[in-house]
Design a protein around this ligand. Structure first.
Ligand SMILES: [Zn+2]
Length: 95
């Protein structure tokens, strides 16, 4: 009986039967999804991700790297400024 139900399972998204589309994955609450619909969902998610991050995930990583480099550069600039200030003070005391 259980096996028979599985064979007749309809994909809840495209309403094709598992006999037409192959294996369907059962979710909670009597819902099923076929491979085609999973692929479709995946492409929708991918498009959505690309909409938020036009250059993809690599761009997000690159952006984070850029931010970190900017932070380091700011620190280095401050060190340089402090060094110049110290040199200036030293020069003033020596002259
Ligand atoms: Zn489907």
């Amino acid at each position: 009986m259980k096996q028979e139900e599985k064979n007749e399972a309809l994909c809840s998204f495209c309403h094709k039967s598992s006999q037409d589309v192959g294996k369907v994955v059962e979710g909670p609450g009597n819902v099923y999804i076929c491979e085609e619909c999973v692929e479709l969902c995946r492409s929708i998610f991918k498009k959505e991700r690309l909409r938020h991050y036009p250059d993809g995930e690599e761009a997000v990583e690159a952006n984070e790297r850029k931010k970190a480099i900017e932070k380091i550069e700011t620190c280095l600039r401050r060190i340089k400024e402090a060094q110049q200030e110290a040199m200036q003070l030293l020069w003033e005391y020596n002259h």
